[in-house]
Design a protein around this ligand. Sequence first.
Ligand SMILES: [Zn+2]
Ligand SMILES: [Zn+2]
Length: 85
Amino acid sequence: MLKTDTRQANWRRTNPGKYEAHLAMQRVVKAGEVAKDTCEVCGRASVDAHHDQYDEPLKVRWLCRRHHARLHHYGEDMFPIKGSL
Ligand SMILES: [Zn+2]
Ligand SMILES: [Zn+2]
């Protein structure tokens, strides 16, 4: 328990923008202003919000844990952003 808290606190300190973006996203999802989507790669219903740009906290991509991890591991080129142009 304590270990997790400390790790989260460290992450928050080193990624203040990311933390704010996650909080902002959590708020709008909770308020029902933004609906969670399915994984854009495999269509799974259990998803995380992924931020391409943390200065745009409400612009997210929905990815299941597996594809989210994969995207972070291999980089953004792995799944080109749909309709970004
Ligand atoms: Zn997926
Ligand atoms: Zn992500």
